[in-house]
Design a protein around this ligand. Structure first.
Ligand code: HEM
Length: 186
């Protein structure tokens, strides 16, 4: 139930997948919206604080997920051809790598001036690398580019999942959804 099998994902990997998907679904639009806010907007300071705090939660969940994934068997691929299988492996790797790089670049933007990141008043992540030449601007450009790349990969990922479900009518989507696992209709 908790662990993966050769047929399906376990509850822990499913939960981490959907929690991280939700955090990213909040972070991407929040990040794009907050950078356009006027100085006098009540969210001008609140929105970046929220974005940074959720970003740190994402980092913790990503590390947990990566560790768990490396320790688990992965369900057999339902890909219909060799290229589809290669594309899925590449996309899944990017879906780990890009959020991790986003967290690092976001951390470098936020801590460039030496201030740490307050996570909902629960704890603070201290600044380490700070004051490098152009740190805030360069990390900002990298952060934005990575976010757009991630958006593109997520779009392809969702299209692929829906294609499995609606066109091939296999259990790819169901086996990532708690309670929907079935060994029939692959
Ligand atoms: C509505 C959005 C999403 C849907 C419908 C969806 C659907 C799925 C499905 C069906 C699988 C299983 C694929 C298989 O068994 O071969 C999967 C796996 C995966 N998904 Fe998503 N996904 C979504 C969002 C995301 C997001 C936002 C991320 C990360 C940024 C992500 C990262 C992954 C990864 C890395 C895997 C491989 C299995 C793992 O390592 O946990 N997904 N997704």
């Amino acid at each position: 139930m908790w662990r993966n099998t050769a047929d399906t994902y376990g509850l822990i990997q499913m939960t981490l997948h959907w929690l991280i998907a939700i955090l990213i679904a909040v972070l991407l639009p929040l990040g794009l919206w907050m950078t356009g806010l006027d100085y006098y907007d009540p969210w001008y300071k609140k929105a970046p604080d929220l974005h940074r705090a959720i970003g740190i939660l994402l980092a913790l969940l990503l590390m947990l997920r990566l560790g768990w994934r490396l320790a688990q068997v992965q369900p057999r691929s339902r890909a219909k051809s060799a290229w589809e299988k290669r594309a899925a492996v590449a996309a899944h790797r990017l879906l780990y790598l890009l959020p991790l790089l986003l967290v690092v670049s976001g951390y470098l933007i936020s801590t460039a001036d030496g201030r740490g990141i307050d996570v909902f008043g629960w704890f603070e992540v201290p600044a380490t690398l700070r004051g490098l030449e152009g740190q805030e601007d360069i990390a900002g450009d990298v952060h934005f580019t990575l976010a757009m790349l991630l958006l593109a990969v997520i779009t392809l990922h969702v299209i692929a999942a829906l294609r499995h479900h609606l066109v091939h009518k296999d259990d790819t989507l169901r086996r990532m959804w708690p309670g929907m696992t079935t060994t029939h209709n692959r």
